[in-house]
Design a protein around this ligand. Structure first.
Ligand SMILES: C[S@@+](CC[C@H](N)C(=O)[O-])C[C@H]1O[C@@H](n2cnc3c(N)ncnc32)[C@H](O)[C@@H]1O
Length: 301
């Protein structure tokens, strides 16, 4: 069992892993997990967890958040608003748009309420696949989803969409003849242009049927350039690269999946599924808003 919270100096001994790897095998790998937890390196999913005031993080993650200085408050608020947006989108996807299948790319360690729990409250038969490149996050998700029917965790790199889309577990859990909600929440800003984030959206667009949707939230420096630059430097020092993008760049990524309807992308607190959106240009940006959010529907071929 993965035991949270991991305390200072703890190597992860006693943590047992069971993950579904990109080869499709479920295996136990205590040594690999111990190496990860013992490395004392922060990891973005756990840092995000700490920004959400949750408990699945390590001392190195908490140190990084402390180093954010003035940017910390902005990032904490951005994380919370993003979480609210994500729950709202998935609720609408299931209740109003009739989507029953979700794939969460760059899922992190779980959030305050696990996403599959939130979704399955609305639709008990919903299917939820988590995709994560980080082993510790995968283990955490694996624990949360153990014995939950219709869920799976895949350890994979989302920037290899063709490999992922052929993954036997993905193909078993999701029915690609039915609509899928592709969630990219607070993750694409960890993908540099040379890893082709646009290609990720295009590959998923080609793989899913009309009625599917992509929900994207993305770090931006549009409104608070200095705050975001400070965070970019702190993350870089810890070996993690952030790539904030402008509103136009986020819109152009989303357009690879489906038509982007103005006024999106929006600040997460302003996103309204009913499109009861007040002219965005008239609205003062909510303070400490560091992300753009957009939901695009895959149209007919
Ligand atoms: C900031 S966290 C966001 C977690 C979650 N999506 C949320 O909104 O709460 C970003 C997560 O994306 C994962 N990630 C980053 N690049 C990835 C990649 N190429 N493939 C899979 N996961 C990735 C990181 O490991 C991290 O856990």
């Amino acid at each position: 069992m993965l035991q949270w919270p991991v305390r200072s100096g703890e190597s992860g001994a006693g943590n047992r892993v069971s993950t579904t790897t990109s080869t499709g095998q479920v295996h136990h790998d205590d040594d690999r997990l111990a190496d990860y937890l013992g490395s004392n390196r922060p990891q973005s999913g756990r840092v995000w967890d700490y920004l959400l005031w949750c408990g699945k993080n390590c001392p190195a993650d908490r140190d990084l958040v402390a180093s954010l200085g003035r940017a910390r408050t902005y990032f904490e608020k951005a994380a919370r608003r993003n979480q609210t947006w994500l729950y709202q989108v998935t609720r609408w996807a299931s209740q109003q748009w009739g989507v029953r299948q979700f794939v969460d790319l760059g899922a992190g360690v779980g959030g305050p309420v696990a996403l599959h729990e939130n979704i399955r409250r609305q639709v008990p038969s919903a299917r939820v696949v988590y995709v994560e490149s980080d082993l510790v996050a995968c283990c955490s998700l694996e624990q949360d989803t153990r014995d939950v029917p219709g869920t799976a965790v895949i350890e994979a790199d989302l920037t290899q969409p063709r490999t992922l889309l052929d993954h036997p577990v993905l193909r078993t859990v999701l029915d690609f003849d039915q609509p899928v909600a592709v969630l990219l929440s607070a993750v694409l800003h960890e993908v540099p242009d040379d890893r082709d984030p646009a290609g990720v959206l295009a590959a998923w667009r080609d793989a899913v049927v009309p009625g599917s949707l992509a929900a994207i939230s993305h770090l931006t420096a549009d409104d608070h350039p200095q705050v975001v630059q400070q965070a970019v430097e702190v993350y870089a020092e810890a070996g993690m690269d952030l790539h904030p993008r402008t509103r136009a760049e986020v819109a152009s990524l989303a357009a690879e999946f489906g038509p982007v309807t103005a006024p999106e992308p929006l600040y997460p607190p302003l996103w309204k599924p009913e499109r009861l959106v007040i002219a965005h240009s008239l609205v003062r940006p909510p303070s400490e808003c560091l992300t753009w959010s957009v939901v695009v529907h895959r149209g007919p071929d």
